[in-house]
Design a binder for this molecule. Structure first.
Ligand code: OXD
Ligand code: MN
Length: 589
């Protein structure tokens, strides 16, 4: 028996499935799994999949989740290092022995009467030196099919595995969906994720947040690379044909997917998609940072997606190329058998059932689609896919943007003075909470590099790890912070966002090429009005002033908040951060 068979056997002894099925990731198999999900498997009495209108939405299938299981459950997500301090105040912690015994109890017999699917897959291109082999076990066809979209699934992965250390293990069961028995446990040293009780993407597609961010960030610390919650895009300057690759970190539901597929409002520029959620960043042989997207799919928030906000995504969803596309927890237009969500183009259909399957009454002021309704679609469907997407070496990075959603005080774009100031800017970033995680208090939470829920170890050490890149290479990219969401005194967004964000990306490229200067502020470098191409927008000089205003009282309070947040990392905080904090305190009194 080889290592994978041995592990699968152990898990089967515990979970006691009726059948074991080894997936090969083929299209034929996906058809078969969809069929099983339509005819045999059920969640909460509902079939797992429903076929949608195959004329208007070719290859699209609908999935309705258990009603309590609609988003990531951060309060039930644990990182189980043997030493609590390694997990840090940013993670829930349980001793690995206790976590194992709890999960063993919850998993005993949990697959009785079910099929256990074994999914061998790669995160990253199989020829990439940065890729990792993984095997996930699951007991639900929705997860098996989703993993075919999101990863490179193939039995050939098994040939790469000879020892127990050669692959990352993901053990998943939906259990009985009881939220009190729902846990997502990470064992970083064992390269193991164990998740019970949820079928939601972020909790159940274990190659995504669980491995490619939480476990991978820990591997990155030990091996000298970074696993980040970032978009990867290429911006082509059509005149020169130069392509500049940029990374952007934003918390969930801040428009990462829209940015990844941006339709440029400036002639002369074109954006190419490489990733919308995760970037693995390594120092390349030439000393530049190179990024790969370990995933092959887009798991994005559906509400708000339309021909106006993200036409390339609408094309991808309806492209009917890679089989299949999944839509989860949207509403359904029952006359047309099409998915529907708030913000979709056109009239609101007359006969809708909501995301829970009930007739939707518009007058009752409830949402028809769940605010965290999702699509799962192959990146190969994207009309903007970069030709470098499958390059095993990744792409060289010119700039990194770190942002959040703030209605006040944070300027539209700020360039850090240098790498260490840029890292501090990223670490102090806050964002207003959204629907992608259950139970978050409304308001601003600090979310360093948009990694607060995803960093698999103590964030004090994480900040130091970022800073350590100064000693690894002298070819580091510039770091910027962005906020597309600042509002005016009437609560209206001042920046048009979406395709107009190219205007900011252009400024970033001009900075990278030393084509324009910048204005120095206590927060960093901001664009001069005349260096921004704002033609065709309503952004006047007056609006520009407001977008970049730095208010002393707001920033005095912001500095206090930042200090309070950072203080929890105590002695693990890098020295540089104390200097940066003192500079803020000196500037805003
Ligand atoms: C996601 C998230 O689903 O960040 O990408 O929650
Ligand atoms: Mn994300």
């Amino acid at each position: 028996m080889n290592q994978v068979e041995k592990w699968v056997d152990e898990v089967a002894q515990l979970t006691k499935p009726d059948k074991i099925y080894w997936c090969d990731g083929s299209e034929e198999e996906a058809h078969k799994l969809i069929e099983i999900g339509i005819k045999e498997e059920k969640i909460n009495g509902n079939p797992i999949f429903k076929e949608l209108n195959q004329t208007s939405w070719p290859t699209a299938y609908y999935h309705r989740s258990h009603p309590t299981d609609v988003a990531r459950t951060e309060h039930l997500t644990y990182v189980c290092h043997p030493d609590r301090n390694l997990a840090g105040p940013n993670n829930n912690w349980m001793h690995p022995d206790d976590a194992k015994s709890l999960m063993t109890k919850l998993s005993d017999g949990c697959m009785k009467g079910k099929t256990m699917y074994v999914l061998p897959y790669m995160m990253g291109h199989p020829q990439s030196p940065y890729a990792k082999a993984c095997v996930q076990i699951t007991d639900v066809s929705y997860v098996a099919v989703s993993m075919r979209i999101m990863t490179r699934m193939s039995k050939t992965v098994l040939d790469k595995i000879s020892t127990d250390r050669d692959f990352v293990k993901g053990l998943h069961s939906v259990g009985d969906f009881d939220p009190n028995k729902r846990f997502i446990m990470h064992f970083p040293d064992e390269h193991l994720v164990w998740s019970v009780g949820s079928g939601y993407g972020g909790n159940a597609l274990l190659g995504k947040k669980c491995f490619s961010l939480r476990i991978a960030s820990w591997l990155g610390l030990k091996e000298g690379w970074l696993a980040e919650h970032m978009v990867i895009i290429g911006i082509e300057e059509l005149e020169t044909k130069n392509v500049y690759y940029i990374l952007a970190a934003f918390p969930s539901a801040c428009g990462k997917t829209n940015l990844a597929m941006l339709e440029s409002k400036l002639p002369g520029y074109r954006v190419w998609t490489l990733g919308d959620d995760i970037a693995w960043i390594n120092v390349g042989p030439d000393g530049q940072l190179y990024a790969i997207n370990p995933e092959t799919g887009l798991f994005g928030v559906a509400p708000g997606t339309s021909m106006k906000t993200n036409p390339n995504m609408m094309y991808s969803l309806k492209a009917g190329k890679f089989f299949p596309t999944l839509i989860t927890n949207s509403a359904i237009d029952i006359d047309k058998n099409e998915p529907w969500w708030e913000g979709l183009d056109g009239e609101i259909p007359k006969n809708l059932v909501d995301w829970q399957g009930n007739a939707w009454d518009q007058t009752k002021n409830s949402k028809a689609a769940h605010p965290n309704a999702r699509f799962t679609v192959s990146i190969y469907n994207s009309p903007t896919l970069s030709k470098e997407f499958d390059n095993p070496k990744g792409v060289p990075i010119s700039a990194i943007i770190i942002g959040g959603r703030r209605s006040d005080r944070i300027p539209l774009i700020v360039e850090g003075f240098n790498w260490s100031h840029g890292v501090f800017m990223g670490a102090r970033t806050g964002s207003e909470t959204t629907a992608a995680a259950i139970g978050l208090k409304p308001g601003v939470r600090r979310d360093p590099m948009a990694m607060l829920p995803f960093c698999g170890y103590n964030m004090g050490d994480y900040f130091k790890h970022w800073l350590s890149f100064q000693t690894r290479t002298n070819r580091l990219p510039k770091i910027f912070t962005a906020n597309w969401f600042r509002t005016d005194e009437n609560g209206n967004f001042m920046w048009p966002g979406f395709g107009d964000n190219i205007r900011i990306l252009k400024w970033i490229i001009d900075r990278v090429n030393n084509k324009v200067g910048a204005k120095e502020t206590p927060l960093g470098l901001i664009p001069k009005f005349e260096d921004l191409n704002l033609e065709g927008t309503n952004v006047t000089k007056d609006v520009y002033e407001k977008l970049f205003a730095i208010n002393n009282d707001e920033w005095k309070q912001e500095t206090e908040d930042i200090e309070q947040f950072l203080s929890q990392f105590d002695k693990r905080l890098p020295e540089e951060f104390f200097d940066e904090l003192n500079k803020l305190k000196f500037s805003f009194k």
